[in-house]
Each structure stands twice: as structure tokens, then as C-alpha cells.
Design a binder for this molecule. Sequence first.
Ligand code: ZN
Ligand code: ZN
Ligand code: ZN
Length: 89
Amino acid sequence: MSDGGCSHLSIIDDVKPATSYECAECVKIGSSWVHLRTCQTCGVTHCCDSSPMRHATAHFGSSGHPVVASAEPGERWLYCYPDEAYAEY
Ligand SMILES: [Zn+2]
Ligand SMILES: [Zn+2]
Ligand SMILES: [Zn+2]
């Protein structure tokens, strides 16, 4: 695993857990999702890139919040959008 020169993942020492197990944006529009990701800047949970609406990526695009954590039970990894870097924790 490479950190790709990422400066965002290394500053996270407390990973924010998901506070909900649904994508609020998908619920609003009646869409569905595949997996969930939790923003490590503001704590919102959105759907992943395998989901039709890709709300987590849209959230990064609109907010600039760089790092998400998987909100899937048993998955313990972080992803940095600007650097396309993964880290397990
Ligand atoms: Zn980064
Ligand atoms: Zn969504
Ligand atoms: Zn955020």
C-alpha cells in the first residue's frame, strides 16, 4: 500500500464512525446505494462510487473534504480523494 504522498490520511488519528446507515441524499430522492462512506471532516455518511448517485464523491466535489472512511461493518480503511490514497487503520 502506498500513501501516494498524501498529507491528509496521516493527520487522522480518531476515525469518525458512521452515525447513520443510509445515504441521506439518496433517501431524499428515493435512490438506492451500494456501500456507504463517512466524511472524516464533517461526519456525514454518503454512498460510494459503486452507487448510482456517488454522493460521497459529490460531497468531496462541493465541500473539498478530502477523506472518507468506509461505513461498512468490518471494513476499516480510509480513502483520500485528492491523492487517491488508501490507508487501513
Ligand atoms: Zn490526501
Ligand atoms: Zn447517495
Ligand atoms: Zn464532509
